[in-house]
Design a protein around this ligand. Structure first.
Ligand code: GLC
Ligand code: CA
Length: 557
C-alpha cells in the first residue's frame, strides 16, 4: 500500500462562473466561492479543483487565457484569490488549479506578438504553416467544428487551433515555450496552491509533419489521432515533472482525451515520473453514436460495467484511476444514467464512490442536479453547441429539433446552469440576471432544502465521503482490490473490494424496476451495512431489489 494524500482525497470541482455570485452581476466569482467554503467543508471534501480563473476574454469560458498570472475581471482579484486559498487551507481544503497550456487566448501577449510578423521572436511560440495550394495546411478539424486552421491576413499564413480560433495552440517543441510555462507553474506553486488539473494535456505534442487525419464521415475533417498522445508528450511531461512538479507536495491530474490503457500507464505511472492520475473518457463516450455526441442514445449498463472494470483491473498496481461521471463538459449523470430522481442519483453515486481511485464530484452533482430543458438556441451559451448548430443544422446534416434534443441530452451547458442554493429567485445564485438560465427545478432541488433533509442526495454524498475519508473502512475503500462480481447483468452493478482479509460487497439496481437478483452471498457470510438508499438492507442470497436500490456491506470472505 503506497499511501498518498491524493489517493485518499475526495475532490470537488467548481466552475466559478456558475457557482456563486457575490456582487449581483450575474456571474459567479471568487468571493462567492469564499462564502460557500463552509458548505463544502460540511460536505466533507478536502480538495477543490477550480476551473480556470485567469484573465480571459471568455470565448470558451476561461479556457482561453490571456494572462496566466492574473485573475479574470469578473471573478475578482489576486488578493481575493489569496484570501480564498488562505481560508480554504484553514478548513483543511486544498486548491488545485486548472492548467490550460495546450493553447492560450489569441489575446495573450505572446500571440499578439507572434502574429505581428513572420520574424517576430515569439513567432515560433505557436504553430504557423504556409497555405497548401491556397488552402489549409492539412485536413484537421477543430473540436469546436470547422477547420483547425485560421488564415491570418497580416502575414499570409495559417495558425493551428484545435479548439476555437481564439485558442491558438502553443508550440511545445519550442524549448522557450516550455521555459515560460514551467516558470508560470512555479509561480503558482510558490503561492501555495496544491496541484494542477491539466487541460487537454494529451494534445501538447503533434505528430511530426502534421499529416492529414482520417476524415470523419459527418464533418469531413480529419480526426484527432495526430494531435493526441503525440511523439514527445511523455518527454515534455517528464521534463515538467523534473523542473516543477517534483519540487512540491502537489497533486496532478491530466485530462487525456483519446488515452488508451497503455498510454495511461505512462501518464499516471506509480513511479511518479509524470502525473498522478489521468482523466480518461471512454465511459462517457458509450452513449455517442456514429455522428458523435449529439444524440439522445443512452449507454448500456453492461458496456459501462465492462469499461470501468477494465480501467480498474488494468491500472491495478501500475497507475492510479480518477473516478468521475460529471464535469463542466458533461451532461448531468442523474439524467444520463438515472431518471432524474434522488434515488437514482444515490445509486449512481454508490457505484462510483466505492471504486478504486480518487473520486471527483462536480458542483451540484451532490444535490442530484439534472440536465436543463434549454428549449431554444437563445438559451445556449456554449461555443461547442453554438458552433455545432452552425455546422450541422445550417448545412442540413441534422434538423434543428434533432440537434436540440442532442444538446439537451449531451451538451455542456447542462453542467453550467447556476448552482441551486435555495428556492428564492435565481436559485439564490445571484441577485442580478444570471449569465445562463437557471434550471427551473431549483424550487425542488436545492442545497438549503437538502441540508435540512437527512435523506437527501446531499447527505448521502456526505456519508459516502465520510466512509472513504474517515471511517473504519477507509483503507479498504481507498486501497482495496476491485473485482466485478457480475459481468452479464444489464440491470445490476455489483462488485467487491478486498484488503488484508476484509471485504466489501456493493450492489446497485440501475433500473427503475424491481429486479429479482441472486447475489450468491449466503447467510454464512455475515454482514454489516455501510450505507444504503433504502431502509430495508438485508443482504440475502436471493433478493428482490426495489428501483435504484443501492447498498454496500462488509461481508466475511
Ligand atoms: C478541455 C476543457 C474544455 C475546454 C477545452 C479547451 O476539454 O475541459 O472545457 O473547452 O479543453 O480548452
Ligand atoms: Ca459576480
Amino acid at each position: 500500500m503506497d499511501k498518498k494524500w491524493w489517493k485518499e482525497s475526495v475532490i470537488y470541482q467548481i466552475y466559478p462562473r456558475s457557482f456563486c455570485d457575490s456582487n449581483g452581476d450575474g456571474i459567479g466569482d471568487l468571493n462567492g466561492i469564499r462564502k460557500k467554503l463552509n458548505y463544502l467543508h460540511e460536505l466533507g471534501i478536502n480538495v477543490i479543483w477550480l476551473s480556470p480563473v485567469y484573465k480571459s476574454p471568455n470565448d470558451d469560458n476561461g479556457y482561453d487565457i490571456s494572462d496566466y498570472q492574473d485573475i479574470m475581471d469578473e471573478f475578482g482579484t489576486l488578493k481575493d484569490f489569496d484570501e480564498l486559498l488562505k481560508e480554504a487551507h484553514a478548513l483543511g481544503i486544498k486548491i488545485v488549479m486548472d492548467l490550460v497550456v495546450n493553447h492560450t487566448s489569441d489575446e495573450h501577449p505572446w500571440f499578439i506578438e507572434s502574429r505581428s510578423s513572420r520574424d517576430n521572436e515569439k513567432r515560433d511560440f505557436y504553430i504557423w504553416r504556409e497555405p497548401k495550394d491556397g488552402h489549409e495546411p492539412n485536413n484537421w478539424g477543430s473540436c469546436f467544428s470547422g477547420s483547425a486552421w485560421e488564415y491570418d491576413d497580416k502575414t499570409g499564413m495559417y495558425y493551428l487551433h484545435c479548439f476555437s480560433k481564439k485558442q491558438p495552440d502553443l508550440n511545445w517543441d519550442n524549448p522557450k515555450v516550455r521555459d515560460e510555462v514551467f516558470r508560470m507553474m512555479t509561480w503558482w506553486c510558490d503561492k501555495g496552491i496544491d496541484g494542477f488539473r491539466m487541460d487537454v494535456i494529451s494534445m501538447i505534442s503533434k505528430v511530426e509533419g502534421l499529416p492529414d487525419g482520417k476524415p470523419d464521415e459527418t464533418t469531413g475533417f480529419g480526426g484527432l489521432e495526430n494531435t493526441t498522445n503525440g511523439p514527445h508528450v511523455h518527454e515534455y511531461l517528464k521534463e515538467m515533472n523534473q523542473r516543477v512538479l517534483s519540487k512540491y507536495d502537489i497533486m496532478t491530474v491530466g485530462e487525456c482525451a483519446g488515452v488508451t490503457i497503455e498510454e495511461a500507464k505512462k501518464y499516471a505511472s506509480l513511479d511518479g515520473s509524470e502525473l498522478n492520475m489521468v482523466f480518461q473518457f471512454e465511459h462517457v463516450g458509450l452513449d455517442y453514436d456514429e455522428h458523435g455526441k449529439w444524440t439522445t442514445k443512452r449507454m448500456s449498463l453492461k458496456d459501462l460495467k465492462r469499461n470501468l472494470s477494465k480501467w480498474q483491473n488494468e491500472l491495478e498496481g501500475k497507475a492510479w484511476n480518477s473516478l468521475f461521471f460529471d464535469n463542466h463538459d458533461q451532461p448531468r449523470i442523474v439524467s444520463r444514467l438515472g431518471d432524474d430522481s434522488p434515488l437514482s442519483a444515490k445509486a449512481i453515486a454508490t457505484v462510483l464512490h466505492f471504486m478504486k481511485g480518487t473520486p471527483y464530484i462536480y458542483q451540484g452533482e451532490e444535490l442530484g442536479m439534472t440536465n436543463c430543458p434549454f428549449g431554444s438556441l437563445e438559451n445556449l451559451r456554449d461555443i461547442e453547441e453554438i458552433n455545432a448548430y452552425d455546422a450541422l443544422v445550417k448545412s442540413g446534416k441534422m434538423t434543428a429539433e434533432e440537434l436540440m434534443a442532442g444538446i439537451e441530452a449531451k451538451g455542456r451547458d447542462n453542467a453550467r446552469t447556476p448552482m441551486q442554493w435555495d428556492a428564492s429567485e435565481n436559485a439564490g445564485f445571484t441577485t442580478g440576471q444570471p449569465w445562463i438560465m437557471v434550471n427551473p427545478n431549483y424550487t425542488v432541488i436545492n442545497a438549503e432544502a437538502e441540508l435540512k433533509d437527512e435523506n437527501s442526495v446531499f447527505h448521502y454524498y456526505r456519508k459516502l465521503i465520510e466512509l472513504r475519508r474517515n471511517s473504519e473502512w477507509s483503507d479498504l475503500i481507498v486501497y482495496g482490490n476491485y473485482s466485478l462480481t457480475d459481468d452479464n447483468s444489464d440491470e445490476v452493478f455489483s462488485y467487491t473490494r478486498e484488503l488484508d482479509g476484509r471485504k466489501l460487497y456493493i450492489l446497485c439496481n440501475m433500473t427503475d424496476r424491481d429486479i429479482d437478483y441472486n447475489t450468491g452471498i449466503t447467510d454464512k457470510n455475515g454482514k454489516a451495512v455501510l450505507i444504503s438508499n433504502y431502509a430495508e438492507t438485508d443482504l440475502r442470497e436471493s433478493m428482490k431489489l426495489p428501483p435504484w436500490f443501492a447498498a454496500a456491506w462488509e461481508i466475511q470472505k
